[in-house]
Design a protein around this ligand. Structure first.
Ligand code: CMX
Length: 466
C-alpha cells in the first residue's frame, strides 16, 4: 500500500488516466507519467506469446512467390516484412490499426471545439491498438511537452546551419546529433538484456517525437524568419498547437489543419522508403535517432515525401502559364509538356495504391469546407479532373490517381505557410509517429537484423534463364 501511494503520488496522471497501469508501475517499469508505457508493458507479452505460437504452427507456410520482374522492379508486391501498426489496401487506402482515415476523424479524440483527430490519439492507437480517452491524450500532450527541451549542442548546431542547406538536411542532421541523448545506446553499451530493449526504445522515441517539432520550428525560423528562437512550449497545449505557435502561426483553423496533417502523414505500412529505411537501420540496433534520421533522408527524395514540394513548384509553373482563367485544353497542354520533357507529374501515382488516396480526399474535404473559393485550390481541383485520363492514356502508369502530396501544399499556402521547401519537414514530423511506434514493437518482438538475399544478373540467368 505504501508503494502504491508512492507510485500514485509520483505519477498522479497515470492513476487518473489508467488505474490498471498502476500494477505495471509497481513492477518498476515506467518513467513516463501518461500511462502509455505501462499499458504497453501489459500488451507486449501477450503479443509475443501469440506470435510464438503462430510461428511454431505455421512457420513454414508460404506467403507468396518472388518473380524475376519483382527483383528488378523495386520488390513491388513481395511480402517480406512484418508491420503491426498500419496496413495499406490498394483500393481503400491506409488503415491505422484497422481504422480508415474517416473512422479516425470520427473516433479519435478532438481538441475542445475541434473536429480533426489529435495526433496524440493516433500515436496511442498505433502503439496500443486502442482508442484513447480524452484524458489519455491530454496526458500524452503533457508528457511530450515535458520532454521537448533540446540539448544546447543541437540548438547551437541548428543556429549555425547555412540557410541554403535544405530544411530536410537540417532536420536529419539535428536528429543524428540527438544520438548523444540516446538512452537506448547507453543501455546497450551497459549490457541490458534484449527483453528490455523496447523500454529504452520507447524512451528515445517519446523524447524524439517531443523534440521533433522544436527542431522543425527552429529550422523554419532560422531559414525563413529572424532566427530568434521558437519560444516556450505550453504544457497545456497539444503538440500541433505548440508546433504551430513555434512556427509563428496561431490561426485556430491552421492548427486544426496541422492536427489533420500530422495524423494522416504518420504511417503508410512498412514498405515505403521512409518506413522501411527506419526499420532497416533500426534492425541493426542503431538507436531511434539514427534510425529515424536515415528514414528522413529517404523521405527527402522527390519520388517520396519531397513530392509535396515538387507539386507546388509544378503548380506555380502551371499557374504562370495558364493563369486563373485556365481552360481544360490549356491544362492538358501543360501536363503533356511535362510528360514529354521526361518528367513525372508530381503528386500522382503510387507504388501500391490503385485509387485516389484517401489522404488526398480528406484534404480536399478540408479545402471544400474552409477555402472553397481559393484560386489555387480551384486549380488543384481542375488538375484532378485532367491528369488521370492523361496518365491512363500514357499506357504505362499503374495508378493515375493523386496521392497525399498532391493536396497538402495548397492548404499550407492558403494559411500563409508559403515556403514550399519546408513542406517535407512537416511530413517528417508526422512520419515519426508511425515508424517509431513500429520500432518500439519491432524491438519488443525481437525482430532480427534485416538481411534479404541479393543475386547478380549472371547468377539469375544461370539458374533461371533456360
Ligand atoms: N507521372 C509520369 N509518369 C509516371 C507517374 C507520374 N505521376 N507515375 C508513374 N509514372 C511512370 C513511371 O515513371 C514509370 O515509367 P518508366 O517505366 O518509364 O520508368 C511507369 O509510369 C510505371 O510506374 P508505376 O509502376 O506506375 O509507378 P512506380 O511504382 O514505379 O512509382 C511513384 C511510384 C510514386 C514513384 C510514381 O508514381 C511517381 O513518380 N509519381 C510522382 C512522384 C510522386 O508523387 N511521389 C509521391 C508518392 C507518395 C509519397 O511517397 O509521398
Amino acid at each position: 500500500m505504501a508503494l502504491f501511494r508512492y507510485t500514485s503520488a509520483k505519477f498522479p496522471e497515470v492513476q487518473k488516466v489508467c488505474p490498471a497501469a498502476v500494477s505495471v508501475l509497481l513492477r518498476g517499469y515506467s518513467t513516463d507519467q501518461c500511462g502509455l508505457k505501462a499499458i504497453l508493458a501489459e500488451k507486449i507479452p501477450k503479443q509475443q506469446n501469440q506470435i510464438k505460437e503462430f510461428r511454431k504452427k505455421y512457420g513454414n507456410t508460404k506467403v507468396g512467390d518472388v518473380t524475376i520482374d519483382m527483383m528488378y522492379g523495386g520488390m513491388r508486391g513481395i511480402k517480406g516484412l512484418v508491420w503491426e501498426v498500419s496496413l495499406l489496401d490498394p483500393d481503400e487506402g491506409i488503415r491505422f490499426r484497422g481504422l480508415s482515415i474517416p473512422e479516425c476523424q470520427k473516433k479519435l479524440p478532438h481538441a475542445p471545439g475541434g473536429t480533426e483527430p489529435l495526433p496524440e490519439g493516433l500515436f496511442w492507437l498505433l502503439l496500443t491498438g486502442d482508442i484513447p480517452t480524452d484524458a489519455q491524450v491530454k496526458a500524452l500532450s503533457k508528457e511530450w511537452a515535458r520532454r521537448a527541451e533540446l540539448p544546447s549542442h543541437v540548438v547551437t548546431m541548428l543556429n549555425n546551419m547555412p540557410s541554403k542547406l535544405h530544411p530536410m538536411a537540417q532536420l536529419s542532421a539535428a536528429l543524428t546529433a540527438l544520438n548523444s541523448e540516446s538512452v537506448f545506446a547507453k543501455a546497450y553499451s551497459d549490457g541490458v538484456p534484449k527483453s528490455k530493449y523496447w523500454e529504452y526504445t520507447y524512451e528515445d522515441s517519446m523524447n524524439l517525437i517531443a523534440k521533433l517539432p522544436v527542431i522543425a520550428a527552429t529550422v523554419f525560423r532560422n531559414t525563413y524568419r529572424d532566427g530568434k528562437g521558437v519560444g516556450a512550449i505550453d504544457e497545456n497545449k497539444d503538440i500541433s498547437a505548440n508546433y504551430c505557435s513555434m512556427l509563428g502561426f496561431d490561426n485556430p483553423e491552421f492548427v486544426e489543419l496541422m492536427r489533420l496533417y500530422l495524423t494522416i502523414h504518420s504511417d503508410h505500412e512498412g514498405g515505403n522508403v521512409s518506413a522501411h529505411t527506419t526499420h532497416l537501420v533500426g534492425s541493426a540496433l542503431s538507436d531511434p535517432y539514427l534510425s529515424f534520421a536515415a528514414g528522413l533522408n529517404g523521405l527527402a527524395g522527390p519520388l517520396h515525401g519531397l513530392a509535396n514540394q515538387e507539386v507546388l513548384i509544378w503548380l506555380e509553373k502551371l499557374r504562370k502559364q495558364v493563369g486563373d482563367d485556365f481552360t481544360e485544353e490549356s491544362l492538358k497542354d501543360f501536363i503533356w509538356k511535362t510528360l514529354k520533357s521526361g518528367q513525372v507529374v508530381p503528386g500522382y501515382g503510387h507504388a501500391v495504391l490503385r485509387k485516389t488516396d484517401p489522404r488526398y480526399t480528406c484534404q480536399r474535404e478540408f479545402a471544400l469546407k474552409h477555402l472553397p473559393n481559393d484560386p489555387l485550390f480551384k486549380l488543384v481541383a481542375a488538375v484532378y479532373k485532367v491528369v488521370p485520363p492523361i496518365l491512363t492514356e500514357l499506357g504505362k502508369v499503374k495508378n493515375p490517381w493523386p496521392n497525399v502530396d498532391s493536396h497538402s501544399g495548397v492548404l499550407l499556402q492558403y494559411y500563409g505557410l508559403k515556403e514550399m521547401n519546408y513542406y517535407t519537414v512537416m511530413f517528417g514530423v508526422s512520419r515519426a509517429l508511425g515508424v517509431l511506434a513500429q520500432l518500439i514493437w519491432s524491438r519488443a518482438l525481437g525482430l532480427p537484423i534485416e538481411r534479404p538475399k541479393s543475386m547478380t544478373t549472371e547468377m539469375l540467368m544461370k539458374q533461371y534463364g533456360k
